[in-house]
Design a protein around this ligand. Sequence first.
Ligand code: FRU
Length: 501
Amino acid sequence: MSSFLESASLSEARVYEKHMEKFIAQESRPCFHLSPRVGWMNDPNGFSYYKGQYHLFYQYNPYATVWAPMHWGHAVSDDLLTWKHLPAALAPDAPYDDKEGCFSGSAIEMPDGRHLLMYTGVSANGHHTDGTVKTKQTQCIALGDGVDYVKLDCNPVIDASSLPKGSSSIDFRDPKIWREDDGTYRAVIASRDANGSGQIVMYKSDDAIKWEFVSVLARNNGRWGYMWECPDLFELDGYDVLLLSPQDMLPEGHEFYSGNGTLCLIGHVDKETGELIEQSATNIDHGIDFYATQTLLTPDGRRVMVAWMQNWDSIAGAAPSMRWFGQMTVPRELSVREGRLYQWPVRELEAHRGQKVLHKDVRLGGDPVVLDGVKGRVVDLLVDVRPTDDDYPYQEFVIWFARDDKFHCSLRYRPATGRLVMSRIHAGSRRAFVHHRKCDVDGAPTHLSLRLVMDRHSVEVFVNEGRLTLTMTIPTDLSADMISFFSRGFVTLDVEKYDLS
Ligand code: FRU
């Protein structure tokens, strides 16, 4: 392996981001969600714990708030919430491997103490008949010390020739690597089969450099979209969990929506065949802005997930004048209960809470109500909604937030159908993309617990201990900070609120 020598493109990116970040006001950024140092961010990459810190890399174009040949941006944190930007880690500078982009991938700590990044290199592979560049995707490795990374001379370490016959060499990306207890390595990678449908393939290696094809772990067979992106496989609470991000989905009831979505397959991997025997398939998040999940295992054994808090179909919201665009979700602790994925903000968030405001047993019915001390745009808000023993039980419950006289977002629940609707239709966007989403709360309970984590221009809603989540960005000016409650019929509420810092 050569020693670290900053290429012209990496050096240019590092000088540029250091200079430009000074022009970004802290107040324009989220407080505790990672946003790009400057320019464009998409998928989380290389989410790992290394040398006593959490590292989170991301798909990055420092030069403008649009997607372009991808770099890897880099940040570190002690608590998953307070992030410090480090210099860009990768630039598309390897002529034969990744000149068209360093696409998504993952990271692990090696036994010799080095940090290994496994990513997809995109390179030119001739031309299409219309003259545009044809690309190919291969898997590459860079080793480093937590700041500077050297790409291996033997890259790529996996190319499409090892895939099952007919698989695509154009769509073969997003390796997620891990180390087994016996010291060997595995990676799951997204690919397309001979029919163009998504498949997740598994590889193994003794040294993380020489890889061997193991199996097709999961096949889409046209069920959910076409290509599947960003796979992640891990054991959790006695199950094998495969997280994916399918492209080009068709809607299915209120579980899946059209466009780019997310999918959680829970089951067991057959040790003989290397195939996932699926037991359930659900959406990961029922909101609007959520894609490309990635997880890590914390030193104390928690499986924690982040995702890009955006959606490929909503990126028209990025104005060219902006200095940054894209942010990550709050890191979420995962668990599997009753065969279903649960998500909850990492417990570290509680240390960021300010003084508690508590309203217990508030009887609500008829007029909208504002509660003393309950407002803000950087808040942790817990709301427990239950029916009263009144002869006019509630038929609808609404929380309006990020609200002023003109704009608002809302969450609306009807116990008769179990339908929960998140909306930013009246939040001030002038763009015609998706602004509301419906989902069904299992069993249509009359008792509902909601947790809203707001961080300036976003809200993440955790329903019934995180059995369902809904995430969206909010375009509204920060002065719209009112929160109010309404019910048709009578309910009793407990409202607990903390400002977050
Ligand atoms: C998902 C994705 C990945 C790819 C990356 C490119 O959002 O399309 O599949 O590696 O973004 O930026």
